[in-house]
Design a protein around this ligand. Structure first.
Ligand SMILES: [Zn+2]
Length: 167
C-alpha cells in the first residue's frame, strides 16, 4: 500500500514536471547587441580555442540576461564520444550538461572523421545545452526533451537571429 502511494506520488511529480516543461514555449531573455555579435561570430569560427572564448562570453551574456548563475563551458579539441557497431556509428554525443557542477561540455570534432564541427551544429549544440541550464536554474525543473524544450530552444535561436537554414 505504502509503495503504491510512493509510486503514485513519483508519477504525479513526473507529470507536473512534464507539463511545466511542455507548457513554456519561450525563454525570458533579451538578446543584447553583444549576444547577437557573439553568436554570429561563432557561425564563422572553427578552432576549439576561439569557440571556447566565444562560447564563454555568449553564455555569460545569456545567463546574465536570464538572471541565473553562469555556466562553465569546456570545448574539447577531440572527437565526439561515440559507440560503434562494426563500422557503423550507433551513438554519438554532441554535448552534455551537468546541473550540479553547472558545466557544459562539447567536443569540437565529429565522431567518425574527427573533422571540425560545422559552425551551425556547434552553435545548435551549445544553445541546446544552455537551455538545459535555463530549465534547471530559471524554471527550476528537471530538464527534459519535451516539445516545450524545443520551443524554448527555437525561441532562443530566433532571439539571437540565427538563420534557420544550416550552412
Ligand atoms: Zn539535451
Amino acid at each position: 500500500m505504502f509503495q503504491i502511494i510512493i509510486k503514485a506520488a513519483r508519477k504525479s511529480l513526473r507529470d507536473v514536471n512534464y507539463s511545466r516543461s511542455n507548457s513554456i514555449s519561450s525563454v525570458k531573455i533579451k538578446a543584447s547587441e553583444l549576444a547577437l555579435k557573439l553568436s554570429s561570430d561563432i557561425l564563422t569560427s572553427s578552432e576549439a580555442e576561439s569557440r571556447q572564448q566565444l562560447s564563454e562570453a555568449l553564455l555569460d551574456e545569456l545567463s546574465d540576461s536570464a538572471g541565473i548563475d553562469v555556466v562553465e563551458v569546456a570545448i574539447a579539441d577531440q572527437n565526439q564520444i561515440h559507440r560503434r557497431k562494426g563500422t557503423r556509428i550507433i551513438m554519438k554525443k554532441y554535448g552534455s550538461y551537468q546541473p550540479s557542477s553547472r558545466t557544459i561540455k562539447i567536443s569540437n570534432r565529429t565522431a567518425a572523421r574527427g573533422q571540425i564541427l560545422a559552425p551551425k551544429s556547434f552553435l545548435d549544440t551549445l544553445l541546446h545545452e544552455w537551455v538545459h541550464h535555463y530549465d534547471t536554474y530559471k524554471l527550476k525543473i528537471n530538464s527534459i526533451h519535451s516539445k516545450g524544450f524545443y520551443e524554448r530552444l527555437n525561441d532562443l535561436k530566433s532571439k539571437l537571429q540565427i538563420p534557420k537554414k544550416s550552412n
